[in-house]
Design a protein around this ligand. Structure first.
Ligand code: ZN
Length: 203
């Protein structure tokens, strides 16, 4: 399986990092070894001094597809969860300045903790879904999927022109504003609506 992640999909987040608002989705990938499940801790890596959290809604692909049209894209996922797109912001800044790829800052081991997945049909409308992150019991990030620049269906249509989507693939759909540093001993809790989906420690 693979993880596809969308960059700059919320205007307020693009602005907070002084990035232009994209005209087309920007995507990058994380390998399977980036996943952390079951609320296992994230071990702060020694190659970075500035690991940021980015809280994102994640959809799980349940059909094989290529060149999927936006109209039919909603038939290619039926589960939704939440994840943290951990980013080594110092390494990313360096890569950006040199025009280099982002993998070093985005694809490292443990950089993609994910929750359990919930059936899409359990929600009234996943295009109007509140989600949030608390660190040490303080609300640090909140978003709503209605503010995405590119909807789930638009993302699937766009990405599948380039990359075949396979059963079990995950798509991280971008972070709202409020990204920031994590520190050793931080306690992270991620929510979709009022339901706590993740609860883990930075070690
Ligand atoms: Zn992200």
């Amino acid at each position: 399986m693979k993880i596809i992640a969308i960059g700059r999909n919320y205007i307020d987040h693009a602005k907070e990092l002084n990035n232009p608002v994209p005209e087309k989705p920007i995507f990058f990938m994380k390998p399977e070894t980036s996943i952390i499940r079951n609320n296992k801790p994230f071990f702060y890596p020694d190659f970075s001094e500035n690991i940021h959290y980015e809280t994102e809604i994640v959809i799980k692909i349940n059909r094989l597809g290529k060149h999927i049209t936006e109209k039919f894209a909603n038939q290619y996922y039926n589960e939704v969860g939440i994840g943290i797109d951990f980013t080594a912001r110092d390494l990313q800044k360096d890569a950006k300045e040199k025009g280099l790829p982002w993998e070093i800052a985005k694809a490292f081991d443990g950089s993609a903790p994910i929750s359990e997945f919930v059936l899409v049909k359990k929600f009234e409308n996943i295009n109007n879904l509140n989600f949030s992150l608390k660190i040490k019991n303080e609300l640090v990030q909140q978003g709503n999927t209605r503010d995405m620049i590119f909807s789930f269906d638009k993302i699937i249509a766009y990405v599948s022109q380039f990359v075949t989507l396979k059963i079990g693939d995950l798509i991280f759909t971008g972070t709202p504003a409020g990204v920031g540093k994590v520190h050793i001993n931080d306690h992270l809790e991620a929510f979709i609506e009022d339901k706590k989906m993740m609860d883990f420690l930075i070690k």
